[in-house]
Write a protein that binds this ligand. Structure first.
Ligand code: ADP
Ligand code: MG
Length: 473
């Protein structure tokens, strides 16, 4: 559309300029011939001064008769005497400006006047006395007044011809112009759509290449870039999949020797009391580190299952309060001064008990390890979340909470905010696994700082576990 607008505006401007040029040319040509021929005739006028009106009228009539191709009326002024070659009152066309200009220009001057819809050319030539080579103004001024009606008609004819001839031609030309515009715009639109599709991740998008012009080149380049992008992304995905498989394979491979080592360290632990103190310390250290390694390997295997989308949800209908209490009891977190609970009975939900146990144990474990007792575990339901009923488990501790710069990362794998405690703390996979488990149920988990500074982790889960689509926060 913009294209057409530009075309129309430029066509209009060209037409207007052409019209003005042509009009001026027609008028100037007429005026130049008239002015020079009148000046010549005025130069040959011989009359006594003051002139006799009757004689002068005859002289003016002669001049008027000789006017060719234009017909003009000649008019003379001498003081208050006014003589005209014709009968029509043409003196009204002569303006005061022309009268003044006539005195200033001894060689004559002219003016174009519009009067009654007709353009008039008025010419003024002052006559002179000649004494030898000296010329003095005689006081007698001759005026020629001619209507430029013929010229006006010519101009009108030109406009009519342009309208009758050029406008249909323009209309006819517009059709191919529109078609051309369409054929230019369509590939551009195609390109735009294709770029949008690429942006949405449809990397196999290609545009048909037609012809050999710049647009075809552009389409070709676009296709090349899309192909490169598709290849790179495929390669990246493959590399990522390889890395994940590697991590999974490694952790599985470590599992068996670790199981053997754990069995041995258990026996050694029991015998440690009977060993020399140095050896006993070494044995206990090896035993503790082996235990941590086993936890890390189990966590890695767990997370690789999520990555491989192989994590299964084995749901069961449970009483949530009871399930939480069982988790705490298994970990011996039963001292109310250590973990205070607020677990109303009667909240039943369909969930995977093993995964829910992992979630609660991770959060309470973190609260005790990274935060400080007393830890408060609160359970309640939430109905105002759309139509879906949810239950909420909130774990709040009395520790320092999260530093603001840490908050966005705590669910990242291997992220440990407190570097100094790195050795004593867990794998750094706990919260990552927690989040995967919650998402698997179609729930959410949020971390924040409580009003009195401790960390608050809030898990929201639907009463009926419903696996969420990929990448739900
Ligand atoms: N309750 C908490 N208070 C303060 N910091 C916490 C708390 N829970 C987790 N964090 C921080 O988040 C990090 C990640 O936690 P997590 O993934 O469970 O790893 P890990 O417990 O193995 O270190 C922790 O290392 C710790 O710095
Ligand atoms: Mg942890």
């Amino acid at each position: 559309m913009a294209f057409l607008l530009v075309a129309a505006v430029s066509a209009g401007t060209t037409a207007a300029l052409t019209y003005r040029e042509a009009r001026n040319a027609i008028l100037e040509q007429a005026q130049d011939t008239a002015v020079s021929s009148f000046r010549e005739q005025a130069g040959t006028l011989v009359t006594p001064l003051p002139p006799d009106p009757a004689v002068l009228r005859q002289l003016l009539r002669d001049m008027a008769r000789k006017s060719q191709p234009h017909t003009w009326v000649v008019f003379a002024e001498y003081g208050s005497m006014r003589v005209s070659s014709g009968t029509s009152p043409v003196s009204t066309v002569i303006t005061p400006e022309l009268r003044r200009a006539a005195l200033a220009h001894p060689k004559g001057t002219f003016q174009r006047v519009d009067k009654g819809g007709t353009p008039w050319l008025t010419i003024a030539v002052p006559t002179v006395f000649r004494t030898g080579s000296v010329a003095r103004p005689s006081g007698l001024v001759l005026y020629a007044v001619m209507p430029l009606a013929t010229e006006r008609d010519n101009i009108r004819a030109m406009v009519t011809a342009a309208r009758d001839g050029a406008l249909p031609a323009l209309a006819v030309a517009l059709v191919p112009a529109l078609l051309a515009a369409r054929s230019v715009l369509r590939p551009v639109r195609d390109l735009h759509r294709a770029a949008q599709r690429i942006g949405r991740g449809e990397l196999d998008t290609r545009i048909p290449v037609k012809g050999t012009d710049e647009l075809a080149d552009l389409a070709h380049t676009f296709n090349e870039s899309a192909l490169q992008l598709e290849r790179s992304v495929t390669e990246l995905r493959r590399a990522e999949a390889r890395a994940r498989r590697f991590a999974s394979d490694v952790s599985h491979e470590l599992r068996t020797p670790l199981a053997g080592m754990l069995a041995v360290t258990e026996v050694l632990d029991e015998d440690a009391d009977r060993l020399a103190p140095d050896t006993a310390a070494a044995v206990r250290l090896i035993s503790a580190e082996t235990g941590k390694l086993a936890v890390l390997v189990e966590d890695l295997i767990e997370i690789s299952r999520f990555d491989a989308k192989a994590a299964e949800l084995n749901t069961d209908e449970v009483d949530v309060a009871e399930t939480v209490r069982k988790t705490l009891a298994t970990r011996r977190w039963t001292d109310p001064g250590q973990v205070a609970t607020e677990l109303p009975a009667g909240i039943r939900a369909r969930l995977d008990p093993r995964r829910f146990d992992v979630v609660v144990a991770n959060l309470v474990g973190n609260a005790l390890r990274h935060g400080r007792a007393p830890v408060r575990v609160r359970l309640h339901t939430e109905a105002d979340h759309g139509s879906e009923a949810r239950f909420v488990v909130e774990v709040a501790d009395s520790g320092p909470g999260f530093a603001p710069e840490v908050l966005p990362h705590i669910f990242d794998r291997f992220y440990k905010a407190d570097a100094a405690r790195t050795r004593s703390s867990g794998s750094g996979l706990g919260l990552a696994i927690t989040r995967e488990n919650v998402h698997l149920h179609g729930g959410t988990v949020r971390a924040a700082n409580g009003p009195r500074g401790g960390a608050v982790l809030t898990v929201r889960m639907p009463l009926e576990a419903r696996p969420a689509p990929e990448d739900t926060p």
